[in-house]
Design a protein around this ligand. Structure first.
Ligand SMILES: Cc1cc2nc3c(=O)[nH]c(=O)nc-3n(C[C@H](O)[C@H](O)[C@H](O)COP(=O)(O)OP(=O)(O)OC[C@H]3O[C@@H](n4cnc5c(N)ncnc54)[C@H](O)[C@@H]3O)c2cc1C
Length: 352
């Protein structure tokens, strides 16, 4: 098995670049190493945390007092499937955006709107990654997992994954499984999904936009919001959206609009009687414009939902800004925002 290292700094393995070290760390480039690492930790009674590309985690300043397994096996295959579909089966360590590009090159629709999302394939089911009107739950057919209780490899179908908005069984029960691979069912020759008005508008000049045009449009829209990783972008040290968009009932949404004094509040249908609000809009209404700074942390100048490490920040600086925003949105607008990223190995502090 690959060597288990001690005292490995985790900040450089995350996009936020904050936080402390892992007491023990292993880079698992194959399934056997994942299994061996879980056994190694169990024999020593150590807690385990799983890391992928580090684009949706916040590492506490104290680091992680256990074993961090970076799950990064590679490999992908496309196969013809029933119903004229083509499946894409990817090992957990495949870089997500490379898969999207490969699917588009083969003319396979289903994940084109998820272009430009950082991270690895194995993490996409965790929060049911989504953007621009698509989410991976639309196309995931199966997730191959290592059951951490039995150490057996098993396959879960999509229904067993319990997907919701930025949510899944994996996110609700992070100790249960390690994702080893994901199979997506894609549609050859189908047009891109243009459900999201901003994306549809960007492609309005084309009568029959291609998957490649949709990808280019998504990447351009994302770049304007600093939602693709670029080494020269001052907003680059983030975890993308720091809060999920709250889903409330229609009466609660009306009350938020009343409290905001807004004639026009962004609101989107989210199932019978339910309304999805824009967390970014709420944050700006509560007095936190883009570019707000608190020492070494701040709000992205390109997107009110992204908290950024401006350089040299500690996790506590970030958590303090997040707590300040949550309190202001709750006090002014009566909505409690929930963080989207995962605090590695810890529960988010509850805010009074
Ligand atoms: C600039 C930017 C833009 C973003 N835009 C979007 C967006 O549009 N939509 C969106 O949904 N997300 C977005 N994100 C968030 C993030 O990219 C996704 O959630 C991504 O899927 C995380 O992948 P990762 O490999 O980096 O996971 P990590 O950050 O390493 O891990 C995230 C969580 O998944 C768990 N995990 C990771 N791999 C495994 C595995 N193999 N088995 C079990 N658990 C695992 C970790 O324990 C952790 O809880 C964005 C992030 C950034 C920085």
């Amino acid at each position: 098995m690959t060597a288990i290292l001690d005292r490995v700094p985790l900040a450089p393995l995350t996009t936020l670049e904050v936080g402390g070290a892992a007491r023990h760390f292993v880079q698992a480039n194959d399934d056997a190493t994942v299994l061996g690492a879980l056994r190694w930790a169990a024999e020593r009674g150590l807690p385990v945390a799983i890391l992928g590309g580090g684009s949706n985690v916040v590492v506490p300043d104290a680091g992680f007092d256990g074993l961090v397994i970076r799950v990064a096996p590679r490999g992908r295959r496309f196969e013809d499937a029933a119903g004229g579909l083509v499946t894409l089966t990817a090992a957990a360590g495949e870089p997500w955006d490379e898969l999207v590009a490969a699917a588009i090159t083969r003319g396979l629709a289903g994940i084109e709107c998820l272009s430009g999302i950082p991270g690895l394939a194995g993490a996409t089911p965790i929060q049911n990654v989504g953007a621009y009107g698509q989410e991976v739950a639309d196309t995931i057919r199966a997730v191959r997992v290592l059951d951490r209780a039995t150490l057996q490899v098993t396959e879960l179908d999509a229904a067993a994954c319990g997907f919701g908005y930025r949510d899944s069984r994996f996110k609700r029960d992070p100790e249960a499984f390690v994702v080893l691979g994901v199979t997506f069912a894609l549609r050859p020759g189908a047009p891109p999904a243009l459900r999201y008005p901003e994306l549809a508008a960007a492609l309005a000049s084309s009568a029959t936009p291609t998957l490649a045009e949709a990808r280019a449009a998504v990447l351009a829209l994302r770049a304007r919001k600093s939602m693709v990783l670029r080494a020269d972008d001052p907003n680059r040290r983030s975890a993308g959206s720091f809060f999920t968009n709250p889903i409330v009932d229609a009466a609660a949404a009306d009350e938020v609009a009343r409290r905001a004094g807004a004639l026009q509040m962004p609101r989107f249908p989210a199932g019978p009687g339910r309304v999805k609000l824009s967390a970014g809009w709420l944050i700006e209404q509560a007095g936190f414009p883009r570019g707000t700074r608190r020492g070494p942390v701040g709000i992205s100048t390109a997107h009110a939902l992204a908290l950024v490490n401006l350089g040299g920040a500690r996790t506590d600086d970030l958590l303090a800004l997040a707590a300040e925003i949550v309190a202001a949105v709750r006090d002014r607008l009566g909505v409690t925002l929930a963080p989207e990223p995962v605090l590695l190995g810890a529960a988010w502090p509850t805010r009074a």
